[in-house]
Design a protein around this ligand. Structure first.
Ligand SMILES: Cc1cc2nc3c(=O)[nH]c(=O)nc-3n(C[C@H](O)[C@H](O)[C@H](O)COP(=O)(O)O)c2cc1C
Length: 219
């Protein structure tokens, strides 16, 4: 599959959120109608959802979800909403939707278009995943991880942990965001078709799909 030129996704109705400087991104989450439930309430509602209604997710809500997953919350240090082993920024978040695939750019807080193909039918053979309006795809870059790992890069176990744990902590933020905003999600390790995703996204040798995570309105 050929990649189309990367265009910055901007939902016309939500340009304010998307174009705000990162320093004000956190405040923008609130200003743009983010949920105001307590962390405890979100934790109480957190669960895995495997049945999705035939309903779209507003793009501004999706962008706030991505910010929760891996957004910049400290501009001076490129600090993120998630912790990371060795501060490695090795995990990229792709999003497969009906209109194509985007990659979240935390620095700009935008979803960059990577492909205009609907890859939801490729990511898994599980029909409920294909029906979700958005499927997050976690892609770890081994080169970036190795650079952060230093001498530990020779330790295969440490590298595997760095790839998967750094993805999974993002996934937990997505679970909590979903619980707070009435969305449903489930982290998928088992039935992700990693080879098909890698081919469809033209991933390089160093890139590994760790997990996928459908998100939608629960049915
Ligand atoms: C690392 C990881 C991988 C998972 N992989 C799958 C999976 O492949 N398929 C699936 O249906 N659920 C998967 N889950 C979700 C678990 O099945 C789910 O969290 C567990 O059953 C507890 O249910 P709850 O999340 O509703 O509390 C995974 C969860 C984690 C943390």
């Amino acid at each position: 599959m050929t990649k189309v030129s990367r265009r910055r996704f901007m939902a016309a109705t939500t340009a304010a959120t998307i174009t705000l400087p990162i320093a004000t991104a956190a405040r923008a989450q609130e200003a743009e109608g983010a949920a105001s439930v307590s962390v405890e309430e979100a934790l109480r509602n957190r669960r895995s959802t495997r049945r999705f209604a035939n309903a779209a997710i507003p793009q501004e809500q999706l962008l706030r979800l991505l910010w929760a997953a891996n957004g910049v919350n400290r501009e001076d240090s490129d600090g993120r909403t998630v912790p990371a082993w060795r501060s490695a920024k090795n995990v990229d978040l792709y999003v497969a939707q009906e209109g194509g695939v985007g990659r979240y750019d935390p620095a700009a807080n935008v979803l960059e278009t990577m492909s205009e193909e609907d890859l939801r039918g490729v990511v898994s053979d599980q029909s409920y995943i294909v029906r979700a309006p958005a499927v997050l795809i976690y892609v770890s870059d081994r080169d970036r991880l190795a650079e952060a790992a230093g001498e530990s890069a020779a330790d295969e176990m440490a590298m595997a942990i760095g790839a998967h744990v750094n993805s999974a902590v993002m996934a937990q933020n997505v679970y909590l965001f979903a619980a707070a905003e009435g969305l449903g999600t489930v982290l998928i390790g088992g039935s992700a078709d990693r080879a098909a995703i890698a081919e469809a996204l033209s991933l390089g040798e160093a890139q590994t799909v760790t997990y996928i995570q459908p998100v939608g309105v629960p049915r």
